[in-house]
Design a protein around this ligand. Structure first.
Ligand code: FDA
Ligand code: COM
Length: 518
């Protein structure tokens, strides 16, 4: 279906995507300007965050990109099965948590979790996600001027050539941006009905789970586990290592970790750290999970629902076979800081190249590839970045942990809330989302810590559990890299009451010549 000469509005895109999804339209959706004789500067294989942003940047620089995606929409897994449902579930988890803690007080009704349904929320998401899909197609075509072929599998033939449906396209460069999928562990029984990963959960869940076992301790385990538990679905996490201490997360402060994991347990989640999942039990449908705990004891957990949250891996076999591309020791495509693979003219971006599997990285490496292809040398530095996850809280961190800072700088000071040494819980930190708790359950309002190098007075790490501070951490990351000091923080203007108290707490100490903890 040639779409280059027509302008589809959002409603028309939604309808077209729906028709593809129900099998009414099977042909590729082609948005290519046939009258343009210019050669392609790059073909982006995969139009997720990495491919779409890379193509848009390359186009903005005056180049000609082509994006190919097998889905009938751009944006990839983020709006379809990943970030957007994750944020919907996490917001629901937070709301449910709020309703539960405040149940039967003030104007809050007695909380009845039988009305909270995992299936309902997934159905709600499924029925609404096409709005984001439609917008991605519309924006990419009408605002960004990027050409694409959708609803068409791409087959890489060589380092310049990609076959798409009936056609073949040749470009100066290829940018591989095909993402990653859940790495399914080798556990007997893993193919039974009732075993899901983040993608099949969205596509295939057709019953209301009553109990849940999560295999793995990734962010997805913590985020989705907190949501399931908040709906009243008793949830157990089986994690090989302590939560938030795995290799994929860097700079997790131990005090923050303890607050987060004990907060999950306080809400009824069972977390078995250092455990091994041995077998998924049941006839056709899952009925239980057999596991070995840290102390060596074997247990069987009754459940009708298993979520695999064991991290992700890319599908690379075809790329290795056709291009001879090199992989790293984990199975991700090896690239240098300019996103160049081992094959000249072939770049790789996004989840395909490995950790961190995050949107900022996907989008920025798309941009990095584009700039290098267009002759503007650019390297991507991933040595330092802010990070976050959700439980029923928003958990955010950037820079060094207290321990890392102590090891690196020797003399450090820590400003934290609540402070150490109190004889009873205080209702601090306090701001949006925790005002009611302050007067009823002060111990759950949150936790925060800022770490400074005492000699240079520079902020070197910030850690936050609460609500509403995630945005600030994007900017804190930048300020830390620019060397912001406790004195400069003290000169900033807080919008009191503010989610993270770093500005005002810094001002309480900045007058000191020799800094002390607070
Ligand atoms: P992505 O998977 O988006 O795109 C790959 C594209 O390639 C797909 O559109 C696919 O159809 C296409 N494709 C593959 N093979 C093809 C072929 N042969 N031919 C044509 N097309 C092909 N990050 C974050 O920053 N904030 C968050 O809140 C979350 N939340 C989150 C929740 C969950 C559950 C998960 C699993 C992940 C997250 N993430 C996240 C991570 C984030 O979703 C992820 O890093 C990006 O979506 C990766 O974008 P890519 O473009 O690399 O892959
Ligand atoms: C966002 C998808 S949901 S993209 O990064 O804008 O392509």
């Amino acid at each position: 279906m040639q779409l280059n000469n027509v302008t589809l509005g959002i409603a028309e895109w939604r309808d077209l995507i729906r028709r593809v999804e129900i099998g009414e339209v099977r042909e590729p959706l082609v948005n290519i300007d046939d009258s343009d004789a210019a050669p392609w500067d790059a073909i982006f294989v995969g139009g997720g965050a990495a491919g779409r942003f890379g193509a848009a940047y390359l186009k903005a620089m005056g180049g000609r990109p082509l994006v190919v995606d097998r889905w009938p929409f751009l944006g990839g897994s983020c709006p379809h099965q990943a970030c957007v449902p994750h944020h919907l579930f996490s917001e629901a988890a937070r709301e449910l948590d709020y309703m539960r803690w405040n149940s039967g007080t003030l104007w809050f009704p007695k909380f009845d979790d039988s009305t909270a349904s995992i299936l309902d929320l997934i159905s709600l998401f499924r029925s609404g996600r096409a709005a984001a899909h439609a917008f991605m197609n519309w924006q990419t075509k009408e605002q960004l001027g990027v050409e694409y072929v959708l609803n068409a599998e791409a087959t890489v033939i060589d380092c310049h050539t990609v076959n798409v449906a009936d056609g073949s396209y040749t470009a100066r460069n290829l940018v591989l941006a095909t993402g990653a999928q859940t790495a399914h562990p080798r556990i007997p029984g893993i193919r039974k009905r009732g075993v899901f990963d983040f993608a099949s959960l969205i596509e295939d869940l057709d019953y209301e789970p009553t109990k849940c076992v999560i295999v793995g301790g990734s962010k997805v385990a913590m985020e989705y586990g907190s949501f399931f538990q908040a709906t009243g679905c008793q949830t157990t996490i089986l994690s090989r290592s302590p939560l938030m201490r795995g290799t994929s997360l860097h700079h997790v402060d131990e005090d923050l970790r303890i607050f987060v994991v004990s907060g999950m347990r306080a809400r009824g989640l069972t977390v078995h750290e250092d455990s091994a999942t041995l077998e998924i039990l049941g006839d056709e449908h899952v009925e239980g999970v057999r596991a070995r705990l840290a102390d060596g004891a074997e247990i069987v957990l009754d459940t009708d629902f298993v979520l695999l949250a064991t991290g992700e891996l890319p599908a690379t076999a075809e790329l290795v076979r056709t291009l001879g591309i090199e992989l790293d020791e984990h199975g991700f495509v090896e690239v240098d800081t300019q996103m160049r693979t081992s094959v000249a003219g072939v770049y790789a971006v996004g989840d395909l190249i490995g950790s961190p599997l995050e949107m900022f990285k996907a989008r920025k490496c798309g941009m990095t590839a584009a700039r290098n292809i267009m002759g503007e040398p650019y390297t991507l530095d991933l040595s330092q970045y802010p990070d976050f996850l959700h439980t029923t809280y928003e958990v955010t961190w950037v820079g060094l942990t207290e321990q890392e800072a102590r090891e690196k700088y020797g003399e450090i000071i820590v400003i934290q809330m609540p402070p150490n040494g109190l004889d009873q819980p205080i209702p601090l930190p306090l701001a949006e989302g925790s005002m009611l708790y302050a007067f009823t359950r002060p111990e759950i309002t949150g936790y925060q810590k800022a770490v400074f190098d005492a000699r240079s007075r520079r902020l070197v790490g910030a850690h936050h559990v609460g609500f509403g501070a995630k945005d600030a951490f994007q900017y804190l990351d930048h300020l830390i890299k620019r060397g912001i000091t406790i004195d400069e923080l003290g000169e900033m203007n807080e919008l009191f009451l503010n989610p993270e108290h770093f500005i005002q707490l810094s001002r309480l100490r900045a007058g000191q010549h020799a800094l002390h903890d607070l």
